[in-house]
Design a protein around this ligand. Structure first.
Ligand code: GUN
Length: 293
């Protein structure tokens, strides 16, 4: 078994981005890429994600701003924030951190984002272009996953890929990306969800298994083919007496047993997570270079 070391690849990509920021922006007297995040309320996972993103931005020389609002902000007011960020020429791209409070319709908010600044790739225009294989912003986690496969030279053409979970953020877009006529891509993709029958039997046929269900330890060794490639998108805080913080992170896959059977596997933490952050940076760089219209 070999680790798909997302932390290592993300660090390499960050070095590449930092070089580009220096050469293409700072050395020419151009303002570096500027990313903004809108954070509503205090969801703990959202706070962690935004904090990691800010840290990564500083490492590569981007400017990063966070706009914080209380959970009781109205939808109207949040739309005004989006309008303001769309219009601000200093800001190259921004994200509205999800989930939003129940009284706000996230689709209404996302549709208001200028697709040229939608570095999350969540706007219907970007998702539509992704389906059509046109230049667009790819959602960060799927983009991170295909980059990891690419950098480890893992062939996807003609392979059976099974995706567990059909979220709008991960499962649905990654299944589309990998079935596109493209490299990585050209795979035969099966997308499993809550109505799928006999998920263990379907998963066991996968050459590449991508797990994004949000159920800790769901994938056990019997659900994995010998020498399969396993990508674990799950992140769960589990109480632990072995760490100072009193918890540790675990994925949707039973890593200890599955890792003995597969050819490659992503660890949690240090697999998909760092690739997601670095993909958002890559999208921001493309936004700053006006590569997506
Ligand atoms: N919530 C969980 N993942 C994401 C993400 O990639 N982007 C945004 N905006 N919110 C999220």
């Amino acid at each position: 078994m070999k680790l798909l070391d997302g932390k290592l690849i993300a660090d390499q990509i960050k070095t590449e981005i930092a070089t580009e920021v220096k050469e293409q922006f700072l050395d020419k007297g151009i303002e570096p890429p500027h990313i903004a995040a809108v954070l509503v309320g205090e969801d703990p996972a959202s706070l962690t994600y935004v904090a990691s993103k800010e840290k990564a931005c500083h490492e590569v020389g981007f400017v990063s701003s966070v706009y914080r609002y209380p959970a009781n902000i109205t939808q109207e007011k949040l739309l005004e924030v989006v309008d303001f960020l769309n219009a601000d020429n200093e800001i190259d791209g921004f994200i509205v951190q999800l989930p939003l409070p129940d009284h706000i319709d996230e689709h209404v908010i996302i549709e208001r984002i200028d697709p040229r600044k939608d570095i999350d790739g969540f706007h219907p225009v970007n998702l539509g272009k992704m389906v059509l294989n046109l230049p667009c912003f790819l959602p960060a986690t799927p983009y991170g996953i295909i980059t990891l496969l690419e950098r480890y030279n893992i062939e996807t053409a003609g392979k059976n890929i099974v995706v567990l979970g059909r979220s709008h953020i991960v499962g649905t877009p990654v299944s589309i990306l990998l079935s596109r006529k493209s490299n990585p891509g050209n795979a035969t993709v099966t997308l499993c969800h809550s109505y799928s029958k006999d998920i263990p039997a379907i998963a066991a046929r996968a050459d590449i298994l991508i797990v994004a269900m949000g159920k800790q330890g769901f994938v056990t060794a019997d659900m994995v083919k010998q020498d399969a490639v396993v990508i674990d998108v799950g992140v769960h805080r589990v109480p632990s007496t072995e760490t100072k913080s009193g918890f540790r992170l675990m994925g949707d896959v039973d890593f200890d047993r599955v890792s003995r059977k597969c050819s490659y596997i992503t660890p949690v933490p240090g697999g998909v997570g760092p690739m997601t952050i670095v993909s958002l940076l890559r999208n921001t760089l493309r936004a700053a270079k006006k590569e997506v219209n």
